[in-house]
Design a binder for this molecule. Structure first.
Ligand SMILES: NC(=O)c1ccc[n+]([C@@H]2O[C@H](COP(=O)([O-])OP(=O)(O)OC[C@H]3O[C@@H](n4cnc5c(N)ncnc54)[C@H](O)[C@@H]3O)[C@@H](O)[C@H]2O)c1
Length: 307
């Protein structure tokens, strides 16, 4: 059985990711500012600490004697704090957790980045060369959150230059995460329900109609950890659903909200998403299992979709 440290395990994504990994036989230690009853009920070890405290974080990482770390802890929402606070906090967390993991001798290090590193929604202009977006698309962050996420990716690359292949690294960019309870009406990260995001495309347009079920991120993380020794070191992956969170084709919707995307968006017919998950499929054999159409249909039927 492998032992994995997850930072931010009490969060929206962390709770489902930790439960999913524990359900696959991984032994988890969650490091978070606050423990959560959901993980306590699942018998997950939880350590409460402020991860910006580098010395305390280094001790916790050493004590964990882990085979891998998945770093999620962050200020996770753009503009939810002053720009300097977001940049400072997420950068500090990156150094204390990722640097601390290397110092603790943890051989596999994975961190959550964000699709926002691509810079869509910039108030000046953003027009992608091509759609769907993929891992080769240009990174053009336009706010402190996106910049801090690019810094996390670059921190992994920096550490890899220090350690070489003695340590295996990867970053992943989850699309807009939907936790299982959100399919039946709990508010999503931005405060509205999934149905409200579908009924009013203006709500989902800032994220380019992207989404992913948190359970699919859990299977992605599990698959990634299993494959880290066999794929090139330092890879970055988008983790998104197979379809867009929209009732109309993005070929029609995207240009309405993002001027300058019309010609690139023409290929996004049917339910095609703006972000490709082909790299994760190609390198890892991972595929998302959940889609909004099936999940909302289950919720309508009153079926338990949270298993
Ligand atoms: N939710 C999404 O849609 C989404 C999309 C893309 C990327 N991400 C990234 O995924 C990760 C998880 O996102 P989330 O939605 O679960 O966020 P969240 O805010 O729900 O959870 C973050 C967790 O980190 C913990 N944390 C933050 N600062 C800490 C500190 N100094 N010390 C200890 N713990 C601390 C918080 O207590 C919280 O439990 C983040 O890195 C986020 O940027 C999330």
């Amino acid at each position: 059985m492998s032992r994995i440290v997850v930072t931010g395990g009490s969060g929206r994504l962390g709770r489902t990711l930790v439960s999913g990994l524990a359900g696959r036989g991984r032994e988890i230690v969650s490091l978070d500012r606050a423990p959560t009853v959901q993980l306590a009920a699942a018998n997950v070890s939880q350590v409460s600490l402020d991860l910006t405290d580098a010395a305390a974080t280094a001790r916790a990482l050493t004590d964990a004697k882990a085979d891998a770390v998945i770093h999620l802890a962050a200020i996770a929402v753009p503009f939810s704090a002053p720009e300097d606070v977001i940049l400072r906090t997420n950068a500090t967390l990156a150094m204390s957790v990722l640097g601390g993991a290397v110092a603790a001798g943890i051989p596999k290090i994975v961190a959550a980045s964000s699709p926002t590193v691509l810079g869509y929604g910039a108030p000046t202009e953003w027009s992608p060369e091509r759609l769907p977006l993929d891992e080769d698309s240009a990174t053009l962050p336009w706010n402190a959150y996106a910049l801090s996420k690019l810094l996390i990716e670059q921190s992994l690359a920096m550490l890899q230059r220090q350690t070489g292949d003695r340590v295996r690294f990867a970053a992943f960019r989850p699309c807009y995460v939907i936790a299982p309870e959100e399919w039946s009406g709990a508010p999503t990260q931005q405060g509205h329900t999934v149905r409200e995001r579908l009924d009013d495309p203006a709500l989902s347009a800032p994220a380019l109609f992207n989404y992913v079920d948190a359970r699919d991120v859990a299977t992605f993380a599990d698959t990634l950890l299993g494959a880290l020794g066999d794929i090139p070191n330092g890879e970055v992956f988008f983790v998104g659903a197979d379809d867009a969170l929209a009732r109309e084709p993005l070929a029609d919707l995207l240009p309405r909200f993002h001027p300058g995307t019309a010609s690139a968006a023409a290929v996004l017919t049917g339910s095609a998403p703006a972000f490709s998950n082909a790299k994760a499929r190609r390198l890892l054999g991972w595929r998302p299992q959940h889609s909004w159409r099936a999940e909302l249909a289950h919720a309508d039927d009153g079926m338990d979709v949270h298993a």
